[in-house]
Write a protein that binds this ligand. Sequence first.
Ligand code: AGP
Length: 368
Amino acid sequence: GAASKGEYRHFMQKEIFEQPAVIAAALEGRLGERSVPAECFGPDAEALFARVEQLHIVACGTSYHAGLVARYWLERYAGIPVQVEVASEYRYRTVVVPDNTLFVTLSQSGETADTLAALRFAREQGYLGSLAICNVPGSSLVRESDLTLMTQAGPEIGVASTKAFTTQLTALMLLTLAMGRVKGLAAETQAEVVAGLRGLPRLVSRVLELDDAIEALSTAFAEKQHALFLGRGAHFPIALEGALKLKEISYIHAEAYPAGELKHGPLALVDSEMPVISVAPNDELLDKLKSNLQEVKARGGELFVFADEGVGLAEEEGVRVLRLPHVHDALAPILYTVPLQLLSYHVAVLKGTDVDQPRNLAKSVTVE
Ligand code: AGP
Protein backbone atom coordinates (compact mmCIF):
# COMPACT_ATOMS: atom_id res chain seq x y z
CA GLY A 1 0.00 0.00 0.00
CA ALA A 2 0.92 3.68 -0.13
CA ALA A 3 2.22 3.68 3.43
CA SER A 4 4.55 0.70 3.05
CA LYS A 5 8.13 0.81 1.87
CA GLY A 6 7.83 -2.44 -0.09
CA GLU A 7 11.19 -3.47 -1.47
CA TYR A 8 12.79 -0.13 -0.54
CA ARG A 9 14.90 0.75 2.46
CA HIS A 10 13.39 4.20 2.94
CA PHE A 11 10.26 6.07 1.85
CA MET A 12 12.46 8.68 0.21
CA GLN A 13 14.09 6.02 -1.95
CA LYS A 14 10.69 4.55 -2.85
CA GLU A 15 9.38 8.00 -3.72
CA ILE A 16 12.40 8.77 -5.93
CA PHE A 17 11.79 5.54 -7.83
CA GLU A 18 8.06 6.24 -8.19
CA GLN A 19 8.79 9.32 -10.30
CA PRO A 20 8.30 7.77 -13.75
CA ALA A 21 4.84 6.55 -12.68
CA VAL A 22 3.74 9.73 -10.91
CA ILE A 23 4.96 12.03 -13.69
CA ALA A 24 2.85 9.91 -16.05
CA ALA A 25 -0.06 10.33 -13.61
CA ALA A 26 0.44 14.10 -13.56
CA LEU A 27 0.20 14.13 -17.37
CA GLU A 28 -2.73 11.70 -17.61
CA GLY A 29 -5.67 13.19 -19.52
CA ARG A 30 -4.02 16.63 -19.72
CA LEU A 31 -2.08 16.55 -22.97
CA GLY A 32 -3.74 17.39 -26.25
CA GLU A 33 -2.29 16.01 -29.47
CA ARG A 34 0.03 18.98 -29.99
CA SER A 35 -0.81 21.41 -27.18
CA VAL A 36 -2.12 21.67 -23.63
CA PRO A 37 -5.73 22.85 -23.36
CA ALA A 38 -6.41 25.36 -20.59
CA GLU A 39 -9.39 23.24 -19.48
CA CYS A 40 -7.19 21.00 -17.37
CA PHE A 41 -7.13 23.98 -14.98
CA GLY A 42 -10.95 24.08 -14.89
CA PRO A 43 -13.78 25.20 -17.16
CA ASP A 44 -13.13 28.93 -16.55
CA ALA A 45 -9.38 28.75 -17.08
CA GLU A 46 -9.27 29.56 -20.79
CA ALA A 47 -11.09 32.90 -20.37
CA LEU A 48 -9.08 33.73 -17.26
CA PHE A 49 -5.69 32.87 -18.82
CA ALA A 50 -6.48 35.15 -21.77
CA ARG A 51 -6.71 38.07 -19.36
CA VAL A 52 -3.57 37.24 -17.32
CA GLU A 53 -0.74 39.73 -17.80
CA GLN A 54 1.46 38.76 -14.82
CA LEU A 55 1.92 35.94 -12.36
CA HIS A 56 2.88 36.10 -8.70
CA ILE A 57 4.03 32.69 -7.47
CA VAL A 58 4.30 32.08 -3.71
CA ALA A 59 5.51 28.92 -1.92
CA CYS A 60 7.99 27.57 0.65
CA GLY A 61 11.05 25.32 0.51
CA THR A 62 11.16 22.85 -2.33
CA SER A 63 7.86 24.16 -3.69
CA TYR A 64 9.46 27.62 -3.90
CA HIS A 65 12.26 26.12 -6.00
CA ALA A 66 9.63 24.74 -8.40
CA GLY A 67 8.28 28.29 -8.68
CA LEU A 68 11.74 29.61 -9.55
CA VAL A 69 12.01 27.11 -12.42
CA ALA A 70 8.55 28.13 -13.61
CA ARG A 71 9.66 31.74 -13.90
CA TYR A 72 12.27 30.76 -16.51
CA TRP A 73 9.65 28.70 -18.36
CA LEU A 74 6.74 31.13 -18.28
CA GLU A 75 8.80 34.12 -19.34
CA ARG A 76 10.51 32.17 -22.12
CA TYR A 77 7.59 30.22 -23.56
CA ALA A 78 4.53 32.27 -22.62
CA GLY A 79 6.08 35.74 -22.50
CA ILE A 80 4.39 36.48 -19.17
CA PRO A 81 6.26 38.41 -16.45
CA VAL A 82 6.57 36.32 -13.29
CA GLN A 83 7.55 37.09 -9.71
CA VAL A 84 8.37 34.30 -7.28
CA GLU A 85 8.62 34.73 -3.54
CA VAL A 86 8.76 32.66 -0.37
CA ALA A 87 5.44 32.87 1.47
CA SER A 88 6.93 33.98 4.81
CA GLU A 89 8.30 37.13 3.13
CA TYR A 90 5.40 37.81 0.82
CA ARG A 91 2.76 37.76 3.55
CA TYR A 92 4.41 40.44 5.67
CA ARG A 93 5.34 43.08 3.13
CA THR A 94 3.56 45.66 1.04
CA VAL A 95 2.96 44.06 -2.31
CA VAL A 96 2.24 46.05 -5.45
CA VAL A 97 -0.19 44.09 -7.57
CA PRO A 98 -0.41 45.22 -11.21
CA ASP A 99 -3.75 44.82 -13.01
CA ASN A 100 -4.57 41.35 -14.31
CA THR A 101 -2.17 39.43 -12.11
CA LEU A 102 -2.85 35.78 -11.31
CA PHE A 103 -1.80 34.60 -7.84
CA VAL A 104 -0.30 31.10 -7.84
CA THR A 105 0.54 28.95 -4.83
CA LEU A 106 2.59 25.74 -4.95
CA SER A 107 2.42 23.21 -2.15
CA GLN A 108 2.73 19.49 -1.65
CA SER A 109 0.58 19.41 1.48
CA GLY A 110 -1.75 22.34 0.88
CA GLU A 111 -1.48 23.03 4.63
CA THR A 112 1.76 25.02 4.94
CA ALA A 113 0.88 27.86 7.32
CA ASP A 114 2.76 30.64 5.53
CA THR A 115 1.52 29.65 2.06
CA LEU A 116 -2.06 29.49 3.28
CA ALA A 117 -1.72 32.86 5.04
CA ALA A 118 -0.22 34.31 1.85
CA LEU A 119 -3.26 33.13 -0.12
CA ARG A 120 -5.64 34.67 2.43
CA PHE A 121 -3.67 37.93 2.30
CA ALA A 122 -3.63 37.85 -1.52
CA ARG A 123 -7.38 37.50 -1.67
CA GLU A 124 -7.59 41.08 -0.34
CA GLN A 125 -5.10 42.49 -2.85
CA GLY A 126 -7.14 42.70 -6.04
CA TYR A 127 -5.70 39.77 -7.98
CA LEU A 128 -7.48 38.44 -11.05
CA GLY A 129 -7.82 35.11 -9.26
CA SER A 130 -5.86 32.37 -7.54
CA LEU A 131 -4.50 29.05 -8.73
CA ALA A 132 -3.18 26.32 -6.42
CA ILE A 133 -0.90 23.57 -7.72
CA CYS A 134 -1.08 21.04 -4.94
CA ASN A 135 -0.74 17.35 -4.14
CA VAL A 136 -3.42 16.87 -1.49
CA PRO A 137 -7.04 16.94 -2.65
CA GLY A 138 -9.36 18.67 -0.23
CA SER A 139 -6.50 20.49 1.53
CA SER A 140 -7.07 24.05 2.78
CA LEU A 141 -5.13 25.57 -0.13
CA VAL A 142 -7.21 23.65 -2.67
CA ARG A 143 -10.50 24.55 -0.98
CA GLU A 144 -9.66 28.26 -0.83
CA SER A 145 -8.30 28.76 -4.39
CA ASP A 146 -10.32 29.66 -7.51
CA LEU A 147 -8.50 27.23 -9.79
CA THR A 148 -6.58 24.10 -8.87
CA LEU A 149 -4.37 21.56 -10.55
CA MET A 150 -3.56 18.41 -8.60
CA THR A 151 -0.04 17.05 -9.01
CA GLN A 152 -1.14 13.39 -8.60
CA ALA A 153 2.09 12.32 -6.88
CA GLY A 154 0.28 10.19 -4.28
CA PRO A 155 1.17 10.35 -0.58
CA GLU A 156 4.69 11.60 0.09
CA ILE A 157 5.99 10.32 3.43
CA GLY A 158 9.68 11.25 3.36
CA VAL A 159 10.22 14.70 4.86
CA ALA A 160 12.59 15.48 1.98
CA SER A 161 10.34 16.25 -0.94
CA THR A 162 11.17 14.38 -4.16
CA LYS A 163 8.27 13.18 -6.30
CA ALA A 164 6.17 16.13 -5.15
CA PHE A 165 8.77 18.44 -6.70
CA THR A 166 9.08 16.72 -10.09
CA THR A 167 5.29 16.47 -10.42
CA GLN A 168 5.01 20.17 -9.50
CA LEU A 169 7.46 20.91 -12.29
CA THR A 170 5.43 18.74 -14.64
CA ALA A 171 2.27 20.64 -13.65
CA LEU A 172 4.08 23.96 -14.10
CA MET A 173 5.13 22.95 -17.61
CA LEU A 174 1.46 22.18 -18.31
CA LEU A 175 0.67 25.69 -17.04
CA THR A 176 3.43 27.14 -19.23
CA LEU A 177 2.10 25.39 -22.34
CA ALA A 178 -1.54 26.21 -21.57
CA MET A 179 -0.59 29.88 -21.07
CA GLY A 180 1.71 29.75 -24.09
CA ARG A 181 -1.16 28.50 -26.24
CA VAL A 182 -3.33 31.43 -25.20
CA LYS A 183 -0.44 33.91 -25.59
CA GLY A 184 0.69 32.78 -29.06
CA LEU A 185 3.59 30.37 -28.45
CA ALA A 186 4.63 28.85 -31.81
CA ALA A 187 2.56 25.73 -32.55
CA GLU A 188 5.73 23.82 -33.44
CA THR A 189 7.30 24.54 -30.04
CA GLN A 190 4.10 23.51 -28.23
CA ALA A 191 4.02 20.23 -30.17
CA GLU A 192 7.72 19.54 -29.47
CA VAL A 193 7.39 20.04 -25.72
CA VAL A 194 4.17 17.99 -25.59
CA ALA A 195 6.02 15.15 -27.34
CA GLY A 196 8.88 15.61 -24.87
CA LEU A 197 6.46 15.36 -21.93
CA ARG A 198 5.06 12.10 -23.33
CA GLY A 199 8.57 10.63 -23.35
CA LEU A 200 9.57 12.04 -19.96
CA PRO A 201 8.58 9.09 -17.71
CA ARG A 202 10.76 6.81 -19.85
CA LEU A 203 13.72 9.22 -19.64
CA VAL A 204 13.36 9.49 -15.86
CA SER A 205 13.49 5.66 -15.70
CA ARG A 206 16.75 5.77 -17.62
CA VAL A 207 18.21 8.28 -15.16
CA LEU A 208 17.19 6.02 -12.27
CA GLU A 209 19.40 3.35 -13.84
CA LEU A 210 22.35 5.55 -12.81
CA ASP A 211 21.60 4.69 -9.18
CA ASP A 212 24.62 2.42 -8.71
CA ALA A 213 26.99 4.90 -10.34
CA ILE A 214 25.66 7.70 -8.13
CA GLU A 215 25.95 5.52 -5.04
CA ALA A 216 29.62 5.01 -5.96
CA LEU A 217 30.10 8.80 -6.25
CA SER A 218 28.49 9.41 -2.89
CA THR A 219 31.50 8.04 -0.98
CA ALA A 220 33.38 11.21 -1.95
CA PHE A 221 30.94 13.28 0.13
CA ALA A 222 30.57 11.27 3.31
CA GLU A 223 33.55 12.95 5.01
CA LYS A 224 32.99 16.43 3.65
CA GLN A 225 31.63 19.37 5.65
CA HIS A 226 30.53 21.51 2.73
CA ALA A 227 29.40 21.29 -0.88
CA LEU A 228 28.72 23.80 -3.63
CA PHE A 229 26.04 23.30 -6.30
CA LEU A 230 26.22 25.23 -9.57
CA GLY A 231 23.72 25.67 -12.36
CA ARG A 232 22.74 28.28 -14.90
CA GLY A 233 19.37 29.43 -16.15
CA ALA A 234 16.51 27.14 -15.14
CA HIS A 235 19.14 24.85 -13.61
CA PHE A 236 20.08 27.38 -10.97
CA PRO A 237 16.89 26.53 -9.03
CA ILE A 238 17.73 22.84 -9.58
CA ALA A 239 21.10 23.51 -7.94
CA LEU A 240 19.23 25.19 -5.05
CA GLU A 241 17.04 22.13 -4.71
CA GLY A 242 20.07 19.79 -4.83
CA ALA A 243 21.71 21.79 -2.04
CA LEU A 244 18.51 21.76 0.06
CA LYS A 245 18.21 17.97 -0.28
CA LEU A 246 21.81 17.45 0.84
CA LYS A 247 21.38 19.81 3.83
CA GLU A 248 18.10 18.28 4.96
CA ILE A 249 19.06 14.64 5.05
CA SER A 250 22.85 14.44 5.29
CA TYR A 251 23.40 17.60 7.40
CA ILE A 252 26.24 18.63 5.11
CA HIS A 253 26.32 22.38 4.63
CA ALA A 254 25.53 23.04 1.00
CA GLU A 255 25.07 26.19 -1.01
CA ALA A 256 23.91 26.79 -4.53
CA TYR A 257 25.01 29.56 -6.87
CA PRO A 258 24.29 30.50 -10.44
CA ALA A 259 27.58 29.45 -12.03
CA GLY A 260 28.18 33.00 -13.29
CA GLU A 261 28.34 34.30 -9.71
CA LEU A 262 31.37 32.18 -8.76
CA LYS A 263 33.88 34.96 -9.34
CA HIS A 264 31.80 37.35 -7.28
CA GLY A 265 32.61 35.57 -4.05
CA PRO A 266 32.10 31.81 -3.61
CA LEU A 267 35.22 30.93 -5.62
CA ALA A 268 37.16 31.94 -2.49
CA LEU A 269 35.69 28.89 -0.74
CA VAL A 270 36.85 26.39 -3.33
CA ASP A 271 39.67 24.05 -2.38
CA SER A 272 40.16 20.28 -2.28
CA GLU A 273 37.75 20.02 0.68
CA MET A 274 34.90 21.60 -1.25
CA PRO A 275 33.21 19.28 -3.73
CA VAL A 276 31.43 21.15 -6.50
CA ILE A 277 28.39 19.63 -8.17
CA SER A 278 27.18 20.97 -11.47
CA VAL A 279 24.34 20.21 -13.83
CA ALA A 280 25.31 20.65 -17.49
CA PRO A 281 22.51 19.89 -19.92
CA ASN A 282 23.31 20.61 -23.51
CA ASP A 283 21.79 24.05 -23.79
CA GLU A 284 22.93 27.47 -24.92
CA LEU A 285 24.68 28.17 -21.62
CA LEU A 286 26.94 25.14 -21.79
CA ASP A 287 30.05 26.95 -23.02
CA LYS A 288 29.76 29.49 -20.25
CA LEU A 289 29.32 26.72 -17.71
CA LYS A 290 32.40 24.92 -19.04
CA SER A 291 34.59 27.94 -18.36
CA ASN A 292 33.17 28.20 -14.81
CA LEU A 293 34.14 24.56 -14.29
CA GLN A 294 37.69 25.33 -15.41
CA GLU A 295 37.89 27.99 -12.71
CA VAL A 296 36.90 25.46 -10.08
CA LYS A 297 39.36 22.88 -11.33
CA ALA A 298 42.21 25.37 -11.38
CA ARG A 299 41.72 25.85 -7.60
CA GLY A 300 41.95 22.16 -6.82
CA GLY A 301 38.20 21.73 -6.33
CA GLU A 302 36.76 18.28 -6.88
CA LEU A 303 34.11 18.43 -9.59
CA PHE A 304 31.06 16.25 -10.13
CA VAL A 305 29.25 17.03 -13.36
CA PHE A 306 25.89 15.70 -14.48
CA ALA A 307 25.96 16.25 -18.22
CA ASP A 308 24.07 15.50 -21.40
CA GLU A 309 25.42 12.40 -23.16
CA GLY A 310 26.28 14.62 -26.14
CA VAL A 311 28.39 17.09 -24.18
CA GLY A 312 32.14 17.01 -24.83
CA LEU A 313 33.29 16.98 -21.22
CA ALA A 314 36.05 14.51 -20.45
CA GLU A 315 36.64 12.71 -17.15
CA GLU A 316 40.05 13.59 -15.79
CA GLU A 317 41.86 13.95 -12.50
CA GLY A 318 39.42 15.70 -10.17
CA VAL A 319 36.52 15.72 -12.65
CA ARG A 320 33.83 13.03 -12.54
CA VAL A 321 31.22 13.13 -15.30
CA LEU A 322 27.89 11.30 -15.22
CA ARG A 323 25.97 11.16 -18.51
CA LEU A 324 22.24 11.69 -18.74
CA PRO A 325 20.11 10.86 -21.77
CA HIS A 326 19.39 13.75 -24.11
CA VAL A 327 16.20 15.63 -23.26
CA HIS A 328 14.34 18.62 -24.75
CA ASP A 329 15.77 21.84 -23.27
CA ALA A 330 12.44 22.79 -21.75
CA LEU A 331 12.27 19.57 -19.71
CA ALA A 332 15.91 19.26 -18.64
CA PRO A 333 15.31 20.74 -15.15
CA ILE A 334 12.94 17.86 -14.35
CA LEU A 335 15.40 15.20 -15.49
CA TYR A 336 18.45 16.77 -13.81
CA THR A 337 16.67 16.89 -10.45
CA VAL A 338 16.73 13.10 -10.19
CA PRO A 339 20.51 12.45 -9.93
CA LEU A 340 20.78 15.14 -7.25
CA GLN A 341 18.04 13.40 -5.22
CA LEU A 342 19.88 10.09 -5.54
CA LEU A 343 23.18 11.69 -4.57
CA SER A 344 21.84 13.20 -1.35
CA TYR A 345 19.99 9.97 -0.56
CA HIS A 346 23.13 7.86 -0.83
CA VAL A 347 25.26 10.36 1.09
CA ALA A 348 22.70 10.32 3.92
CA VAL A 349 22.59 6.51 3.97
CA LEU A 350 26.39 6.44 4.17
CA LYS A 351 26.33 8.93 7.04
CA GLY A 352 23.66 6.91 8.83
CA THR A 353 21.22 9.78 9.35
CA ASP A 354 17.47 9.32 9.66
CA VAL A 355 16.67 9.72 5.98
CA ASP A 356 12.87 9.85 6.17
CA GLN A 357 12.66 11.84 9.39
CA PRO A 358 15.60 14.26 9.53
CA ARG A 359 16.27 15.98 12.85
CA ASN A 360 14.39 19.21 13.64
CA LEU A 361 12.09 18.98 10.59
CA ALA A 362 8.40 18.20 10.11
CA LYS A 363 6.74 17.04 6.90
CA SER A 364 4.25 19.92 6.85
CA VAL A 365 4.99 23.19 8.53
CA THR A 366 1.47 23.97 9.72
CA VAL A 367 2.55 26.52 12.32
CA GLU A 368 4.57 29.63 11.65
C1 AGP B 1 11.46 19.86 1.21
O1 AGP B 1 12.29 18.79 1.12
C2 AGP B 1 11.01 20.30 2.52
N1 AGP B 1 10.98 19.39 3.56
C3 AGP B 1 10.25 21.61 2.65
O2 AGP B 1 11.10 22.60 2.19
C4 AGP B 1 8.89 21.71 1.94
O3 AGP B 1 9.07 21.69 0.55
C5 AGP B 1 8.18 22.99 2.40
O4 AGP B 1 7.93 22.91 3.78
C6 AGP B 1 6.89 23.27 1.66
O5 AGP B 1 5.91 22.29 1.89
P1 AGP B 1 4.62 22.20 1.02
O6 AGP B 1 5.04 21.93 -0.40
O7 AGP B 1 3.81 21.07 1.62
O8 AGP B 1 3.90 23.52 1.12
